[in-house]
Design a binder for this molecule. Structure first.
Ligand code: SF4
Ligand SMILES: [Zn+2]
Length: 322
């Protein structure tokens, strides 16, 4: 494990291109049961503090960061505001933690939230260790907190997440005490897990957060460059999840969870993302997109393909593989 962590650290020493413009796009998302418009703003900051120390095995977001100072971040917020067209949801991502004052100075956190105060909901991302400072932020905020797995062994040895479930949960409850919303990211198929174990791990995590989460957001793995996950994938030691597995996780979670379930399949249908046989991928990805907006699992009814049998065999056979 030590060697893997060292490799992870080495990846983070690469020379980074300084992209000083925020990445911005618009999308649709469900808000109070209706389809709403959303604006996503990825601010370029110095990036995740954990990534500088060690970093998660699946995360290549450090490549989107640079040592941005106060004025540069303020400029990015202003630039984003110039593109704001009254979207009901605004999401601030930083490839790290919006609440970490070393990434986004506290004054600028408040500045950004106030600037977009017309939005009905502002989503920010943060690691659990920065939640205490949420207390000072005004507005209708939803905090997206990556949990990935509720199994401490998976958190430590598969993801190198840098916290345990208990610590995460304590801060998740704090978010609720501050009267803010909570979105929980759960990873589908961390490395070193068999496909079946990964399905069970994601459903188990959803069960453990069902009481505190307003939104559960499943993230099937996508192979980021310069990560341990990529090194495993290049050596044929890892395959991103089947889309059938993703559908199963969503359907099973829907049985016990009343909140909103979301699933963004990055690089879906491609070798670097969750995929099936190539023939049915588009159809399933479309259904997942439809599910995100309707929350109705019947969108998956009648979906079939010859690769479904192959997937079922794979789940069974993998049990006997070393
Ligand atoms: S996944 Fe999140 S916590 Fe982990 S290194 Fe990336 S940004 Fe940081
Ligand atoms: Zn297929």
């Amino acid at each position: 494990m030590k060697a893997l962590i060292e490799l992870n650290r080495n990846y983070r020493q690469i020379e980074l291109k300084k992209v000083k413009k925020p990445r911005i796009w618009k999308e649709k998302e469900l808000l109070n049961g209706k389809t709403a418009s959303a604006m996503v703003i990825v601010l370029r900051t110095k990036g995740c503090r954990w990534s500088h120390l060690s970093g998660c095995t699946v995360c290549g977001y450090f490549k989107e960061t640079y040592d941005a100072g106060y004025e540069e971040i303020k400029k990015q917020i202003d630039e984003a505001y110039g593109k704001y067209e009254g979207e009901e949801i605004v999401k601030f991502f930083t490839s790290g933690s919006f609440l970490d004052a070393r990434e986004v100075p506290r004054e600028l956190q408040i500045y950004a939230i106030k600037k977009f105060s017309k939005a009905k909901k502002i989503v920010i991302e943060s690691r659990p260790e920065f939640i205490k400072s949420l207390d000072e932020l005004p507005g209708n905020i939803e905090v997206a907190m990556g949990l990935e797995s509720a199994n401490d062994r998976v958190l430590e040895y598969s993801i190198n997440k840098g916290f345990r479930f208990k610590a995460w949960l304590k801060n998740a409850k704090l978010v609720k005490e501050y009267g803010k919303g909570l979105r929980v990211y759960i990873l589908i198929k961390p490395p070193f897990l068999k496909e079946k174990e990964a399905i069970e791990d994601a459903i188990n995590a959803a069960k453990k957060v069902a009481d505190v989460a307003d939104v559960i957001s499943f993230n099937p793995t996508a192979i980021h460059g310069k990560t341990i996950l990529e090194a495993l994938w290049q050596r044929h030691l890892y395959r991103p999840p089947w889309l059938w597995s993703v559908v199963q996780v969503i359907k099973e979670t829907k049985k016990f969870y009343d909140g909103m379930i979301k699933c963004d399949v990055v690089a879906g249908g491609m070798a670097r993302g969750a995929h099936n046989c190539g023939k049915c991928d588009k159809k399933i990805l479309r259904a997942i997109g439809e599910f995100n907006l309707k929350q109705d699992e019947r969108v998956f009814d009648g979906m079939d393909c010859e690769c479904r049998e192959e997937w079922l065999d794979f789940l069974e056979m993998e049990e006997y593989m070393i």
